[in-house]
Design a protein around this ligand. Structure first.
Ligand code: PLP
Length: 377
């Protein structure tokens, strides 16, 4: 069988063979065997965030956006006003959801490559006492920027407002400690740093905050209060769960623990990122972001100015060598992205660099290359 391509994309991503194999069996969604899996998954997710004492974990069917929308639908009401800290496509999406749901909101838009700063957030909150909630994207996957979660969470808590974190592409790799970090809700999904397959998302929500949200959601299927209550009472998901996906995710969590948990995963992704960034720079590519803001999740590279460069040709050349990369998602500059997450190690990053170098050669793209990587490096 031909080796399937590696996904250098931030979810869906390359999963392990054992994770894929975990999907080769059918489960009864009401059966106690499956309920045990759901319970264990939720407990382990809470433990990753050290949130067992303060928060509950509510899984929800669908992609990550469904989980973000479910959190907004469940927690926000007519009296809420939300400040969205925006620096890319996912911040924009959060604002769009609020817009569609008719929830009052304001935005701080930092463009494509600058982080929201704690003092800016503080000033906005002081100036507008009507703001009840703040939404922050932990790692803005559209550029790869790692936003300053800890310092912004402190400011939001000091100002007595509630923080909702979209930690979709960061949770599991970047540390989150609910005992130190004040947040009302944190959202992530199965197919990012925990390396499962796509099919559900989950929210860690402060028990206190969720317990007052009965009948608030205007959407039935996205009501996390109901989902939580039903899970508590029956051990089951309220509507058909993605059984195979949950079983695969359980296996992914086993492998996460085997690898050494959050610290080990962060270390591996960081090594991948460092290998990638130094190799790409050596080839003559520039990163969009300053080193300080580079995440170990995904890196945006500026497209070469040489007219011989076209992303679609570049993509096909790299695909022919067994790797799928990601187009850019920026509003102003031409760019492309390469992810560091999933079952990828330094050996694969070296192969990607060789594939990039060879694609440039094939397309006749000139870069200010210092040297090309060789197999022996
Ligand atoms: C992946 C991602 C989402 C969710 O995207 P879906 O396509 O709905 O899974 C939301 N926010 C961020 C920051 C993401 O990286």
């Amino acid at each position: 069988m031909k080796q399937e391509p590696y996904l250098l994309t931030p979810g869906p991503l390359t999963t392990s063979t054992r994770v894929k194999e975990a999907m080769l069996r059918d489960w009864g969604s009401w059966d106690s065997d499956f309920n045990e899996i759901t319970k264990d998954v939720c407990q382990r997710l809470l433990m990753i965030a050290n949130a067992q004492a303060s928060h509950v974990c509510v899984p929800i069917q669908g992609s990550g956006t469904f989980a973000v929308e479910a959190v907004f639908a469940t927690l926000l009401d007519r009296t809420s006003k939300t400040l969205v800290l925006m620096n890319g496509a996912y911040g924009q999406r959060a604002a769009k959801i609020l817009q569609r749901m008719g929830h009052a909101h304001v935005t701080l838009d930092k463009g494509d490559y600058l982080p929201p700063l704690p003092h800016e957030v503080e000033e906005l909150l002081i100036d507008d006492p009507a703001i009840t909630h703040v939404v922050l994207i932990h790692c803005e996957t559209s550029s790869g920027i790692l936003n300053p979660l800890d310092s912004i969470a402190q400011v939001v808590a000091e100002q007595g407002r509630q923080l909702i974190v979209d930690s979709m592409s960061a949770f599991g790799a970047l540390p989150v400690d609910a005992a130190q970090l004040p947040f009302t809700a944190l959202v992530s999904s199965a197919n990012k740093c925990l390396e499962g397959v796509p099919g559900f998302g989950f929210a860690l929500i402060e028990r206190q905050a969720l317990s007052v949200c009965e009948a608030r959601s205007p959407s039935l299927s996205l009501d996390l209060y109901d989902q939580w209550q039903y899970l508590e009472k029956t051990g089951q998901w309220r509507f058909t769960p993605p059984t195979h996906v949950v079983a695969a995710f359980h296996q992914a969590l086993n492998e996460y623990a085997e690898e050494g948990g959050q610290a080990a995963r962060l270390a591996r992704y960081t090594r991948n990122r460092d290998r990638l960034v130094s190799g790409m720079r050596a080839l003559g590519f520039a990163t969009l972001l300053e080193d300080e803001w580079l995440s170990p999740i995904i890196t945006t590279f500026i497209a070469p100015s040489d007219p011989a460069f076209s992303f679609s040709d570049f993509y096909q050349c790299i695909k022919a060598q067994g790797f799928l990369i990601y187009p850019g998602k920026l509003t102003e500059v031409d760019s492309f992205r390469i992810g560091c997450i999933g079952q990828l190690f330094e050996a694969e990053m070296d192969q990607v660099l060789l594939a990039v170098a060879s694609a440039c050669q094939t397309l006749g793209v000139t870069l200010d290359a210092q040297h090309l990587p060789t197999k022996s490096e």
